[in-house]
Design a protein around this ligand. Sequence first.
Ligand code: LLP
Length: 445
Amino acid sequence: MTDFNYRPTMNVGGDGALYIGGMKAADLAREYGTPLYVFDEDQIRLMMRTYKGAIERHYGNGLPLYASKAFSCLSMYSIAKSEGLGVDVVSGGELFTAKKAGFPMKNVFFHGNSKTDEELKMAVDFRVGYVVVDSAEEAKILNDFAKEKGRVQNILVRVNPGVEAHTHKYVQTATNGSKFGFPIWDGRALGFTKEILGFKNLRICGYHCHIGSQIFEKQSFVVAAQKMVEFFASVKKECGFTPAVMNLGGGFGIFYEGDDPKMKPEDYDGFVAAISDAVTTGCKSARLKKPRLVIEPGRSIVGEAGITLYTVNTIKNASEDVRYVAVDGGMGDNPRYALYESRYTVLAAEKADAPATRKVTIAGKCCESGDMIAADVYLPDVERGDILAVLSTGAYNYSMASNYNRNVIPGAILVSGGKADVIIKKQTLSDLTRGDVIPQRIKNK
Ligand code: LLP
């Protein structure tokens, strides 16, 4: 039987089937069709509460944000709002969705290394709490828009603390040469701060950094926090003000498979405790007023809460030791194997307790050899029509989905206490051609 990170709201029942949110996964698959994203509302809320409680207990003046790039839809902003979190957004699209969900704009942090003029205008128009500025051009344009509206826009500046976190190189963000942020080690972050102070319609409230994603090492976060405190002290000394906000980003790892740590809420509480302690201690010794502490977890809030259900289509022995189980989804709904060779736990949803003796690779249906969901996983024998559950797909799956091969993007349901609700409708075939136009001159030929 395949092991995973059991929790009260996701486990294997006496009938050997996988249950999530009090519902049998295979029943959900049959009722709503596959592929299907399923989200466990209680787990999402539990994680949000964990971060909120942890920051209050260990630090005091702080706010966790939900990094909505992990999974953005109206319901997620509603849940974050009801749990009293802020959110970070990284595009006009995420900002629009947050606004449409009625999310309080004052608790929105708008990130991005390449924001468009339209996005910056939208930020000012919507009165977002903080724009996280990542370039000189952006600062100037934002200042102009704010001036036009007769407003002063709160900003944070994204800095690069130069911390090499142990994670996939595509998701490391604070290394030398990163496209994100102003380096703090060579004076560029301080120099930019001095420039910003000359902009009358921008109010610099603090700084943001994010070292990467899927990180388990507490020490990486602690080092980043320490470097930020040192940097805050140099801002006070060189620029004559004490930054009020320190946003340390997200990046806490989750369980995907095998030897990954089986993270529990108390482990995330431990991350927050370590970060809080580093900031508190650092500020004390640097004689700095403690800033408001902001963190931005995304994956750890929604990643394990989500699973994807597929139906098995074809099974093929490609060679003596490669057996493909091909499903009705693929890189369109989960591009993470194609991008990062990500690994997952896969279960046969109705035989989750059966000995998993067969080594297989779960292949997608797209016309591309690299279109896999999970390589070399163990399953019991399965056949066409069986339902597979791929675990820990709540973060960066739907949000990176595409219509490659003109497959429709699956819908998502939210489950809790034996109830299921659609939160994203499955696309229809007509959604696929909705934006298509045939120019007259082609029609006429
Ligand atoms: N804050 C900032 C500025 C970020 O760039 C990110 C993630 C987060 C917060 C949230 O990090 P988290 O807690 O989710 O690790 N597509 C990749 C992940 C990219 C992460 C991008 N930034 C994946 O599928 O693994």
